[in-house]
Design a protein around this ligand. Sequence first.
Ligand SMILES: Nc1ncnc2c1ncn2[C@@H]1O[C@H](COP(=O)(O)OP(=O)(O)OP(=O)(O)O)[C@@H](O)[C@H]1O
Length: 263
Amino acid sequence: MAVASILFSPPLSKNSPNRILQKSQALRISSDYSQFEVRKVSYRPPGTQHNLLNEVSLSLPEKSFGLIFGRSGSGKTTLLQLLSGLSEPTSGSIYVQSYSNDGNPNQHPQLLSPERVGIVFQFPERFFLADTVLEEVTFGWPRQKADLLLRQQLALKLQYAINSVGLNTISLDEDPHTLSGGFKRRLALAIQLVQTPDLLLLDEPLAGLDWKARADVVKLLKHLKKDLTILVVSHDLKELSSLVDFSWRMEMGGILKEEPLPV
Ligand SMILES: Nc1ncnc2c1ncn2[C@@H]1O[C@H](COP(=O)(O)OP(=O)(O)OP(=O)(O)O)[C@@H](O)[C@H]1O
């Protein structure tokens, strides 16, 4: 099923939503460059006595690829949950800071809002609910009553997501559960990209895939890296090393240290 047949793809004109989308994206980053910044974040789950994260700090410039590695149970997933807004830091802050080219902040830091963040959990295919790829990507979207402008904007977002992950080579009528492992991961990424996030968080993106699908996902991440800021938690350091701009080790007790990959 074609994207356009569901949501109507408009011709491009001066006032087309494509231009509106580009304009709003350009407005979001008005500075010379910006960084996602985590400052002295600690986290203790409500009702417990133990900090899972202890004064974690990191900076990730826009359009760069960061990787967090470390032993199981050290707190890596917990940090992604805080960055995505699923839980709130007990202390510290997570924000976006913009800078001029001379390296000085050029406005007040903005708190990172969850709408700007996409997160793909480990084994995302386990959470697929819909009967078709299209329904899975557009889950929760208005079908009939949305006004024309909204439908046009949604159609463009859908097209962007589908094309970005290479799902345009298959029918959107396919059952998500029958896709290959690599295509299931593409679909999981499309579900996030349709929200046009600025920061994409991936928890163990290669886990459970065969060698071919793993190579496929690495290639896809290389492509996505051109337009997105990506932060990955993974044990697959060798396979991801060619993508990595910044890396950190999470030590037991939730202590984060910037460190080169040990590969
Ligand atoms: N809500 C919670 N309450 C108490 N302890 C928790 C809670 N959530 C996670 N934990 C514990 O926090 C620790 C860190 O978990 P987390 O999943 O962040 O580790 P991880 O580094 O991502 O591990 P893995 O590599 O195995 O995915 C674990 O010991 C986990 O059992």
